[in-house]
Design a protein around this ligand. Structure first.
Ligand code: A5A
Ligand code: ZN
Length: 481
């Protein structure tokens, strides 16, 4: 299908670009006067809704059922699993009063819902036949983040938190569920065209209460790493703390084995960032609120004919199941409409002008490369659908290629540091596996150990790049959000 076209343009400072795009499209208004919160605008909400739908579909397809738990968690429940609360304690928002009356039991705003959900698992699960349980909810959670907050990326009210929670009879089944969770997330990111690497986080950075955590990381245009989703193997830590057990065939009881996995609006921040360019958003068609915008190129004396044709075009495209918008605003020039819809990231623009009427054609412009294509009016629907598919696959390939170039193997700390300081991204290094050495390496590189490759652990030849003892594995390192 030829080579993948480049971004129309990319320049300047990523942070400024991101702020400009989310506020000018607009997607997300950060002027709400509570730190770490934001407002989804109508257009932003539509993108969010499509992304949520992708997530929901993939989970439902794999036998997960949707539920809704309360936002408030009593203090004694939140504190049941020691490791969990030790790590979340500093991040919890508390409700302490009802009106002016102090509450007997303080209530936490959920920072995540293990401690809300698992007491109910304890009531629901009694027999082998009650297993497995696979549920999810899409809710807001609150975390009093102390690092600098960033719109959508690090917020204190996570407004789009999808969390799945599962319980199983055996360790093997739960580990199999981790693999399924990873596969589901891969499919979600694939359908959004977001490239990623999967790493098993080091012990010191796993989810509080988990045995191990698998994380999906992507690289943002400024070279910094963003964790866009995590799948955790919880073992029996929570089931023992919450007394969740089932009776086995021999009459003995066994604690269930658990997993959980989460994704947030960070995915939407990644979606915006990995595809966008100097003109604004570039959206994959699956989540674009407007997939095709039709713009009449009106010409004196032929206004009526052109508008009528445009309406016919809209009707045909809608009949084919596409989300279409006719931009027939009279007070705007075609040029200013192009500007608007490029900013908003509509994947395809259709232009119909007087020459098209005469020749029985229409012009298609693809948002990603801004290339123009003249097509026969009679084949417009077919050509548009083909073009949408091509754009989706091209922007996905382009983003993947960009990430691939930013996951680089290095042989020494000096080289790693130089790379992190110039292009950023992810560096792969030989490592001994020792926690002290890993943390020392983080300090020296001013970066985070992201973990080792999930599913393809390799034992490299040679010494650990930091301490010189025998290396046991390859680890990934990056400067992260
Ligand atoms: N219960 C498990 C699933 C959990 O809470 N895991 S987690 O803490 O890793 O969060 C899941 C995902 O939510 C993270 O991978 C990250 O992508 C996102 N996330 C976490 N804190 C966030 C914050 N303050 N703002 C935006 N996204 C956040
Ligand atoms: Zn070492």
């Amino acid at each position: 299908m030829g080579k993948v076209p480049e971004r129309a343009q990319w320049s300047g400072n990523f942070g400024e670009w991101f702020h400009r795009v989310i506020s000018e499209v607009p997607i997300y208004d950060i002027r709400y006067p509570v730190k770490g919160t934001g407002v989804w605008t109508p257009y932003g909400f539509k993108i969010r809704k499509e992304v949520v739908e992708v997530i929901r579909e993939e989970l439902l397809k794999r036998g997960h059922e949707e539920v809704l738990f309360p936002l408030l968690i009593p203090e004694y429940m939140l504190k049941k699993e020691a490791e969990h609360i030790r790590n979340f304690e500093e991040q919890v928002f508390w409700v302490t009063h009802g009106g002016t009356t102090p509450l007997d039991v303080k209530l936490a705003l959920r920072p995540t819902s293990e401690t809300a959900i698992y007491p109910m698992f304890q009531l629901w699960i009694n027999a082998y036949s009650d297993l497995p349980v696979k549920i999810f909810q899409i809710v807001n959670v609150f975390r009093y983040e102390t690092k600098a907050t960033k719109p959508m990326i690090r917020v204190r009210e996570v407004s789009t938190f999808k969390e799945a929670h599962t319980a199983h009879a055996t360790r093997e089944e739960a580990e199999e569920q981790v693999r399924e969770g990873v596969e589901i997330y891969s499919r979600i990111f694939d359908s959004l065209g977001i490239p990623y690497v999967k790493s098993v986080r080091p012990d010191w950075d796993k989810f509080p209460g988990a045995e191990y955590s698998v994380a999906f990381d992507t690289v943002m245009p400024d070279g910094r790493v963003l964790q866009i989703g995590t799948v955790h193997f919880l073992g029996q830590g929570f089931s023992k703390a919450f007394d969740i057990k089932y009776m086995k065939a021999d009459g003995n009881y066994e604690y269930v084995w658990q997993t959980c996995y989460g994704i947030s609006e960070r995915v939407i921040a990644a979606l915006i960032s990995v595809h966008g360019d100097d003109h604004g958003l570039v959206l994959p068609s699956r989540v674009a609120p407007v997939q095709v915008v039709v713009i009449p190129i009106v010409y004196k004396g032929r206004e009526e004919d052109i508008l009528r044709t445009c309406r016919e075009v809209v009707g045909e495209l809608e009949k084919a199941g596409l989300r279409v918008k006719l931009d027939d605003r009279k007070e705007e020039t075609p040029g200013s409409k192009y500007f608007t819809w490029e900013l908003k990231g509509a994947p395809v623009r259709v232009e119909v002008g007087p020459r098209d009427l005469d020749k029985g054609t229409a012009v298609l412009v693809r948002r990603d490369s801004l290339e123009k294509l003249t097509v026969e009016r009679a084949r417009l629907v077919e050509e548009t659908k083909t073009l949408l598919e091509r754009i989706d696959s091209d922007i996905k390939d382009r983003a993947k290629r960009w990430l691939d170039e930013r996951v680089v193997r290095k042989e020494s700390l000096e080289e790693a540091k130089k790379l992190l300081e110039t292009q950023g991204g992810i560096v792969e290094l030989r490592w001994c596996g020792n926690t002290g050495c890993g943390q020392d390496l983080e300090t020296k590189l001013d970066a985070r150990v992201l973990g080792w490759p999930y599913g393809d652990a390799c034992s490299p030849e040679g010494p650990c790049v930091n301490c010189g003892s025998k290396a046991n594995m390859i680890i990934r390192v990056g400067r992260s959000y």
